[in-house]
Design a protein around this ligand. Structure first.
Ligand code: ADP
Length: 444
């Protein structure tokens, strides 16, 4: 996806004039996170709950047993290696499994257990004796739908009579086919087509409706309207659940339009700080000079792994080639690659197969690689007005206070960019020390 009007996560707009800059693709980022995530994301915050009926008792569970699930479903959960509910699941699961069903809007960053929660809800509400669609889950892309389907298949491994079907582009179903599968996962356009034009799904029989990745969904042209059209045709007793990793006003407005009488659950994101990070800058004359400084630093700090950020694809490519020619083992993560290719590069990096990852401005945004101890800004992040992009600086270098390790950050600065660096220093009220690249002893 490349467009001059696709906003970044922080609302800024990328510049297409500088054609080789990567644009944030929310759906791709989300998929990437799923492909590389192997465990829950920790959080030090408490879950905030807003009940539609504040006088009703609030239940939370500490074990999956307390949920009184079907035996085969519990088996599936344990087979996935889950021991106890995640923070968000502790509160969300009792609400989702309550009788009568309750509607829910839930927001927490990716990796906190939302998908597992609604998959569990869908699986537990399926009546295996009935052979027609009963649960409908909307996802923003084909790939994200498949990922959710995989979770259904894994968690439902022992629920042998439950079946999943994908309502996605390219999945051709002959007219008049009788769909007997109980769980349908699809993108809004195709689902709409299957429901209204082709009459393959009877929406009045759906009892659980899930709208996943609402923030990504509303970012895609037409998806909000299509989702709302689908939702309008559901029976009033259908349980409606909406999930989002972020919660800007636009997501909130959409959520309130589409989910009647909801309970709301929120888990705040960990704040990033620069507190545990020692920041340095190296003054340079030119790009070549920056490269030389980088090599000196690289020689001095072979411990741990590093990510190097460049402002443009072109710069990133240039730097990768230079470093490779000098015999360094580096890999390049760029927006030109497919999501699968990116996932495999990140995976290799995580496994320690490469020590250095070179990437562009936004490519690695939202993708946490915890063990990285060194971040290099080969170019300072700036916005279109050539002002410092503070948000991006913080995202590249900052760590979450409680779980983040200590880190080192290096900024390669051409002399004329020094005022930008000073602004960053003032903005965060943290000191960035000058470093002589010939004298790495200063770091210790
Ligand atoms: P989200 O939908 O919020 O991004 P997921 O449901 O995909 O989060 O969960 C993130 C990761 O944590 C997945 O690898 C998932 O298998 C795992 N996970 C989810 N719930 C639990 C749990 N209760 N215990 C252990 N791991 C879990």
């Amino acid at each position: 996806i490349k467009s001059s009007t696709v906003p970044n996560i922080d609302g800024s707009i990328n510049n297409t004039e500088e054609d080789d800059e990567d644009v944030v693709d929310l759906a791709a980022n989300s998929l990437l996170n799923k492909l590389i995530r192997q465990s829950l994301v920790e959080s030090s915050h408490r879950v905030e709950v807003l009940q539609k009926d504040p006088s009703s008792p609030l239940y939370s569970v500490k074990t999956f047993e307390e949920l009184r699930l079907k035996e085969e479903l519990l088996k599936g959960i344990y087979a996935m290696g889950f021991n106890r509910p995640s923070k968000i699941q502790e509160m969300a699961l009792p609400m989702m499994l309550a009788h009568p069903p309750q509607n829910l809007i839930a927001q927490s960053q990716s990796g906190t257990g939302k998908t597992a929660a609604f998959v569990l809800a869908m699986l537990s509400r399926v009546n295996t004796l009935e052979l027609f669609p009963q649960c409908l889950c909307l996802a923003p892309t084909y790939e994200l739908a498949l990922q959710t389907g995989r979770v259904v298949e894994r968690m439902g491994k022992f629920c042998v009579d439950v079946q999943v079907m994908y309502a996605i582009r390219g999945n051709r179903i002959p007219r008049g086919t009788d769909i007997t599968k109980q769980i349908i996962i699809g993108t809004p356009g195709t689902v709409l087509d299957w429901c209204f034009k082709r009459k393959l799904i009877d929406l009045t029989k759906i009892r659980v409706f899930v709208l996943d990745e609402a923030d990504v969904m509303i970012d895609t042209q037409g998806f909000s309207d299509q989702s709302i059209r689908i939702q309008r045709a559901l029976p009033s007793e259908c349980q409606m659940l909406l999930f989002s990793a972020t919660f800007e006003d636009s997501v909130w407005q959409f959520a309130e339009r589409i989910i009647p009488d909801p309970n709301v659950i929120k888990l705040r994101k960990e704040e990033l700080t620069l507190n545990n990070i020692r920041q340095y800058y190296v003054l340079c004359e030119s790009r070549k000079d920056k490269y030389q400084a980088l090599c000196n630093i690289y020689g001095g700090i072979t411990i741990g792994q590093a990510i190097i950020f460049c402002q443009t694809r072109r710069n990133a490519k240039w730097l990768t080639v230079e470093m490779m020619q000098d015999g360094h083992q580096v890999s390049l993560l760029s927006g030109e690659l497919t999501v699968d290719q990116r996932a495999s590069i990140i995976q290799r990096f995580r496994d320690g197969k490469e020590k250095v990852l070179i990437t562009t401005n936004v490519c690695a945004r939202g993708i946490d690689v915890k063990q990285v101890t060194i971040v290099v800004n080969f170019d300072l992040p700036v916005n279109q007005a050539e002002e410092p992009d503070y948000e991006t600086y913080l995202h590249r270098i900052g760590r979450t206070g409680r779980f983040g390790k200590k880190g080192l950050a290096f900024n390669m600065i051409e002399v004329d960019k020094l005022p930008l660096l000073m602004k960053i220093q003032d903005h965060f009220n943290s000191s960035i020390k000058q470093l002589d690249p010939e004298d790495m002893d200063e770091i210790e």
